[in-house]
Write a protein that binds this ligand. Structure first.
Ligand SMILES: [Fe+2]
Length: 519
């Protein structure tokens, strides 16, 4: 599909008509108009593409292309208060000699001049390059990849699992290694930003003067994070599948209940949620189905990677009951993590899945963490452990699901576990595997000896744990029909802008054999 022989969308037809006067119909390699030929082009401040480009939510025939015009990214964006036309182009090659599709999108002030182009009619399992142009300025070139053909069942899918990037705790150095590993897509399971106020003692300081509460404040916070060069490069080089956890809004919030209800009245928190979700949408390569409706955003969704893998991305924040405060409370059967509708959607999608692997992106840990050494248990009430009845019921369901694997963040540790039907019974069935993918930078460089002194004594109480570690990094998965090969990729530091990466451990999940083993 190249040049004039490609399918012509209305946008593209308009573009070709406009371009014909200057370039003629003999479609040269560079079809874009020079700035001088655009009478109606809005003059814009320099540097509108300071936040780079990214793409996301790959389909076999589609991808979301993203940018946001922000010449003054840390101060509200710096754009004039008008809608601006942004040209986009996607091609089969890096030099755009084989363009496949192009069009014009509108960057509107009410959405922070963000642009989300939902390109369709692409080919499955293919790499594409894309770019944007506005006000005579050209964006950096992005690279992306569509999902495999719906009927394909072979091959290899390479996924990187990331979470928890606290700007103040360190540079996002794991992304430099992730880029070198060239994943087909990145699964990000929460804490993309942290809402904490700037700290004078931080390695690098948050912008602003306080926690973000307003839309402009959240925009500035996202914009600051995107200026990390390793994060920006990873965004530009692979599609992302993103969901949020608590810090995109407020630590440990539950539905419309903030962390400290005494300090944030309900109305104020609803306004905060509304601002936070909108800023999240504005900065993420997600479909229009995720445009927030006030203090609500549709985030749980499914993505298919041929017949190899189905990925269910959860929302464990918006529909949950408030956290328990005791062991007894955590066992209250009326508590919900997912809400009835999402729970039904998840179980239905797992039961009827045609996929070899049923992957679940969960913000918070599903396997048990018993913090109490010896007799009795103590759980984290914000994690699935705090919602015992629903978690245990889900474990029962997983017994009937083909090859379930859960991918998690939140913990700022690598914790790789078997999922068990009943954590009270060590002999109960293993029903799946879970990878808790450490953090990109949150908690910074940890003292490994201190970590092991604190956590190793808990291992006998948690026999389902297969690997525990406190280095910063991410997990990398090669998913094939017969098994998943996982690597825990770590960096030696996040205290400097560059780091030395290495593989801490390799693990394997065998198809047809629930659980995970260190190789
Ligand atoms: Fe986190």
């Amino acid at each position: 599909m190249t040049g004039a022989s490609g399918p012509v969308s209305p946008d593209r037809r308009r573009f070709l008509t406009a371009g014909a006067a200057v370039l003629g119909a003999a479609a040269s390699a560079q079809l874009w108009l020079p700035a001088t030929a655009r009478a109606t082009e809005t003059p814009l401040p320099d540097g509108v593409f300071s936040l780079g480009v990214t793409s996301g939510d790959p389909l076999p025939d589609g991808i979301v292309l993203w940018t946001r015009l922000a010449p003054d990214p840390l101060n509200g964006g710096g754009m004039p208060d008008t809608t601006v036309s942004v040209e986009w182009e996607i091609a089969e090659d890096e030099r755009f000699r084989k363009p496949v599709r192009r069009g014009v999108a509108q960057a509107r002030p009410e959405l922070g001049h963000s642009v989300h182009v939902d390109v369709r009619r692409l080919r499955p399992g293919r790499t594409y390059w894309y770019r944007f142009r506005a006000g005579g300025q050209l964006s950096p070139t992005g690279r992306t990849r569509t999902a495999p053909h719906p009927h394909s069942s072979g091959g290899r899918l390479r996924m990187a699992l990331a979470s928890c990037q606290n700007w103040q705790h360190g540079y996002f150095t794991p992304y430099a290694d992730m880029l070198a590993q060239d994943p087909d897509f990145v699964l990000f399971v929460g804490d993309y930003i942290y809402e904490s106020r700037p700290s004078a003692t931080a390695l690098r300081r948050h912008e602003g003067t306080d926690e973000p509460y307003t839309l402009v404040q959240y925009r500035n916070r996202y914009a600051q994070y995107r200026t990390d060069p390793d994060l920006a490069a990873m965004h530009a080089n692979a599609p992302w599948v993103v969901t949020f956890d608590d810090h995109e809004v407020d630590n440990d919030f539950a539905g419309e209940i903030p962390q400290d209800p005494d300090k944030q009245p309900h109305d104020a928190f609803v306004a905060r949620l509304t601002a936070a979700y909108q800023a999240f949408y504005e900065h993420m390569p997600v479909r229009a189905s995720a445009i927030p409706n006030g203090p609500h955003i549709q985030m749980y969704r499914r993505l298919e990677f041929g017949r190899l893998a189905r990925l269910s991305v959860l929302d464990t924040r918006q529909y949950r009951s408030d956290q328990a405060t005791s062991q007894e409370g955590a066992q209250d059967p009326s508590l919900t993590m997912l809400g009835a509708e999402q729970r039904e959607w998840l179980i239905d999608g797992l039961r009827h899945s045609p996929a070899r692997w049923n992957m679940i992106g969960s913000q918070i840990m599903m396997a048990e963490t018993d913090l109490k050494v010896g007799e009795g248990k103590i759980w984290y009430y914000d994690a699935w452990d705090g919602y015992q009845a629903e978690r245990n019921a889900l474990m029962g369901e997983l017994k009937h699901v083909r090859n379930p694997v859960v991918f998690t963040g939140d913990r700022h540790l690598t914790m790789i576990s078997d999922l068990k039907e009943d954590y009270a019974d060590p002999d109960s069935a293993v029903v799946g595997a879970e990878f808790v993918g450490t953090s990109i930078s949150s908690n910074g460089d940890q003292d490994q000896d201190a970590f092991h002194r604190e956590w190793d004594p808990r291992v006998p109480d948690n026999p389902h744990w297969k690997l525990l570690d406190a280095h910063r990094g991410y997990h990398l998965f090669d998913i094939r029909r017969d098994g998943i090969d996982a690597q825990v990729r770590i960096v030696d530091t996040v205290r400097q802008p560059t780091a030395t990466p290495s593989t801490l451990a390799r693990l394997r999940v065998e198809a047809g054999q629930p659980g995970v083993e260190v190789v």
